[in-house]
Design a protein around this ligand. Structure first.
Ligand code: RB5
Length: 146
């Protein structure tokens, strides 16, 4: 599986920890930055990760900022993106099973590194349950077309 990850300055340390964790598990990761503590605008990174996911260059994406919220708001503006910000394992699993989320958003100022890595693993190990959830996702796709 190939995954693209991005962050702003508020999520850079968490992003680096996730990249290391995933590479140790032999998951192919495209790291689009940011790479320093210099202040940057999170929507630019959300847009790049989202476009790599909708184009199929990567199957899934991860975005980190201070809260995860700004990244999720921005990424969800891109048609075809279902970005979910989570801070508990139940939601991390449910958002794959029910929402077929294709981008996971995490807040470095909200979750510690240990919890964040558990959330990433839980999200990656879960899979879409289909059935009635597919009908609901189809309705979200219809909303994008309106
Ligand atoms: C940056 O200070 C911060 O606003 C950003 O990382 C994020 O939390 C926005 O939602």
């Amino acid at each position: 599986m190939k995954l693209t990850i991005g962050c702003d300055h508020g999520g850079r340390r968490l992003k680096d920890a996730i990249v290391k964790h995933l590479r140790e598990k032999d998951i192919e990761v495209v790291d689009i930055g940011t790479y320093t503590d210099e202040s940057v605008d999170f929507p630019s990174y959300a847009e790049e990760v989202a476009s790599q996911v909708v184009s199929g260059q990567s199957e899934l994406g991860i975005l980190c900022c201070g809260t995860g919220i700004g990244m999720s708001i921005a990424a969800n503006k891109v048609d075809g993106i279902r970005a979910a910000v989570v801070s508990d394992a139940f939601s991390a699993r449910a958002t794959r099973e029910h929402n077929n989320s294709n981008i996971l958003c995490l807040g470095e100022r909200v979750v510690g590194e240990g919890l964040a890595l558990l959330l990433v693993d839980t999200w990656l190990e879960a899979s879409f349950a289909g059935d009635r959830h597919k009908r609901r996702l189809d309705k979200i796709t219809e909303l994008e077309r309106k």
